[in-house]
Design a protein around this ligand. Sequence first.
Ligand code: NAD
Length: 290
Amino acid sequence: MSRIGFIGLGNMGAPMAANLVKAGHQVTGFDVAGVTVEGVAMAGSAAETARGQDAVITMLPNGDILRSVYAEIVPAGEAGAVFIDCSTVDVDSARAAHEMAKAAGLLSVDAPVSGGIGGAAAGTLTFMAGGSEEAFAKALPLFEVMGGKTVHCGEAGAGQSAKICNNMILGISMIGVCEAFALADKLGLDRQSLFDVVSTSSGSCWSVNTYCPAPGIGPKSPADNGYKPGFAADLMLKDLKLSQQAAESVDAATPMGQRATELYADFVAGEGKGMDFSAMLPHLMGKGRR
Ligand code: NAD
């Protein structure tokens, strides 16, 4: 059993903390919104949550919030404790968080996740981790409780790098799949036929096979639930923006990532607000070529 502090008990953090409790860990939590989770002892502040713990996990909205929370919790950390940030943030903020932890004699891992709220509840998330071997080894048993697969991607920031590359592919592929279904409709091609072909052909990908944007086709997905998220379009936009910020910082050519960012920005500014990111399909269907 470990003593664990958990900061940020939102859609993802709450079920992740609940799984740690279920596995027999002693979990103390804090969220500015005053959220409570069964079995988690609630602390009055982030610093209090971090004090005297073997591990401190953060699951926060963005890099600025992560930096300000780390400024509070790092001085409260116990020497040798491992600080694990599971939020999706920019690579620079992830590296800054590592630096702060290292300067205070703490171990740290950036460990963003894939798998969404369903994966968080089921304990089947994929963790992509960055940090030293020692820090990773200390965090691994907790990843094994909350997730199904963990990849140690490299040093500080490598987890976030993997996450934004993965989600850039996802944003691009979802738009491609939505374009294909919208085109097929106008060509008079049956959606089920398109799915049956593509899902077993060279166009197959997660956006078709697992998360098909056409209602009533393929496994159940947000398209079958009125495009209620799931994975919200504005979170996809956040991740695409992170990919473009990273690409800019290292002068990497990502023309499709850039276009996907523009398309999701346009979508979220209009009918896509509050919708699942796969609602790009009805959005495109309402458009013509020009
Ligand atoms: P969320 O908004 O539901 O949860 C974030 C929580 O952090 C909120 O409860 C908020 O009150 C709390 N918070 C904000 N500032 C705080 C502070 N200073 N101190 C303590 N708590 C604070 O978001 P989420 O969906 O749980 O996502 C969390 C992170 O996981 C994000 O970085 C997101 O990009 C990433 N992520 C989300 C999904 C998903 O499907 N929702 C999937 C993978 C990764």
